[in-house]
Design a binder for this molecule. Structure first.
Ligand SMILES: Nc1ncnc2c1ncn2[C@@H]1O[C@H](COP(=O)(O)OP(=O)(O)OP(=O)(O)O)[C@@H](O)[C@H]1O
Length: 281
């Protein structure tokens, strides 16, 4: 049983590694921290605030929540928490719920349109608050699920970008991308974050994603370390072992090389073991 202090250290180390690996934060940044009231974004906010206090670079945090007009949205819970914790907090009221329920048939999931509308609002608010970056609370398990969803059902080899330049020029960050969901859940519980319900829209939450999530969880139960291996794989891409002709052209490849030092048959396990050692801890 890991206690809250150890969990905090573990999560904070994982977040620090992601921030360092992808050069996410620089001196003078103004970061809009998008908080939904769920466990992931509460945890992200908590860890970013801690980092802010000890980091060698100085940056600012602007916390934003969008009240999307769901019936029964307990806005005061979030307002009270932000006031108690002394965060710079803005709640934006935009009734995207009416748009989504009008456009999407009742038996279909609202998630995709709802999150697209939300993203547009976040970009607008980031401009209004003079924020150059936007932090989202996606974590390792979101990344793995997205990867598998794309692989199995969308014909693409793609996960989620750790850092993305949006068309508006804002930089979108995912600082929790190395953090395990179960650690976040345990930490959020230990911290007693006042979690807002996520089923207020009554829509079936992205069913396909849930199925894939359960598949990965089962694999992890059968073979502990599977998730760490999947995450390591996303950081250990061998373009020449894939079949993307455009990628081959971009890399100027004529044929795949089978040199041991480039990780041919014999090199692969060693590289994987090294990477795993970095990420299992
Ligand atoms: N209503 C909202 N207002 C502000 N930011 C949001 C809102 N909803 C989602 N986000 C941001 O988008 C991220 C991903 O949203 P998603 O709905 O997939 O969250 P989630 O997996 O339920 O995470 P969380 O536990 O933070 O709610 C959140 O972590 C948060 O950063």
């Amino acid at each position: 049983m890991v206690d809250a202090v150890d969990l905090e250290k573990k999560l904070s180390r994982a977040m620090g590694r992601a921030i360092g690996d992808f050069n996410m934060i620089a001196e003078g940044d103004r970061i809009l921290v998008a908080v939904s009231g769920g466990k992931d974004s509460y945890t992200m906010l908590h860890l970013l605030r801690q980092l802010q206090e000890k980091a060698p670079v100085s940056f600012e945090l602007e916390v934003v929540n969008i009240d999307q007009g769901h019936p029964g949205y307990p806005a005061d819970v979030l307002r009270d928490y932000m006031a108690r914790e002394n965060h710079r907090f803005t709640m934006i009221e935009e009734d995207t719920y009416s748009i989504v329920t009008e456009k999407i048939p009742a038996n279909k999931t609202y998630c995709s349109l709802c999150s697209r509308l939300r993203r547009g609002i976040l970009y607008r608010v980031a401009t209004e608050l003079r924020c150059n970056k936007i932090a989202l609370g996606h974590h390792r398990d979101d990344v793995l699920q997205t990867f598998l969803l794309n692989f199995l059902f969308a014909g693409q080899l793609a996960a989620m970008p750790p850092k993305l330049v949006a068309s508006t020029g804002h930089i979108v960050l995912r600082p929790l991308l190395y953090c395990a969901e179960e650690d976040i859940a345990a930490f959020a519980e230990a911290q007693k974050f006042p979690i807002l319900p996520c089923d207020l829209c009554g829509s079936q939450d992205n069913l396909q994603r849930k199925v894939v999530g359960r598949m990965i969880d089962q694999l992890e139960r059968d073979r502990p370390g599977t998730k760490a291996s999947m995450l390591a794989a996303l950081q250990n891409v061998r373009p020449s072992q894939l079949l993307d002709r455009n990628l081959w052209a971009q890399l100027g490849l004529e044929a795949a090389r089978d040199l041991p030092e480039s990780g041919g048959e014999s090199g692969a396990p060693l590289i994987m073991a090294t990477r795993l050692a970095r990420h299992v801890s």
